[in-house]
Design a protein around this ligand. Structure first.
Ligand code: ZN
Length: 130
């Protein structure tokens, strides 16, 4: 189970917690192996967000600064908390794909993110029907 830091809005966390866990399972399926994902999701500081915005263009066309992987011994995922719950989810998925597939570039990481989010959507629709 992934743990969100207290800095996040509780409502957003409750809305996406389960989806994050399901997304990680989907990423493991893509990788074909078990992955020891970072267990903590934390908030980017304001300076990390503004520093991130400056690296616009490196695949982050809308300006980065929405998510990062911070590895110092062990890795944690950090995201900008000033986003909708869905965008927090999308960025958490994106960063975990970087973690699972460090060799993949930004474009490929983005399309895998889309793929995983689509899978979650389908899953959700199925459980609504039944
Ligand atoms: Zn990225």
């Amino acid at each position: 189970m992934v743990k969100f830091d207290k800095c996040f809005d509780r409502e957003s966390v409750n809305a996406i917690k389960r989806s994050v866990d399901l997304a990680l399972l989907e990423i493991e399926k893509l990788a074909g192996r078990k992955i020891a994902f970072p267990q903590n999701i934390s908030c980017m500081s304001e300076s990390e967000v503004s520093r991130g915005r400056r690296i616009r263009g490196l695949g982050h066309e809308e300006g980065a600064g929405h998510g990062m992987l911070s590895c110092d011994g062990k890795c944690i995922v950090k995201v900008n908390r000033d986003m909708s719950a869905y965008n927090i989810l999308a960025n958490v998925v994106h960063e975990n794909i970087h973690f699972a597939f460090p060799e993949k570039g930004e474009v490929e990481t983005d399309s895998l993110t889309e793929f995983v989010l689509e899978k979650l959507k389908k899953r959700r629709n199925r459980s609504v029907e039944s």
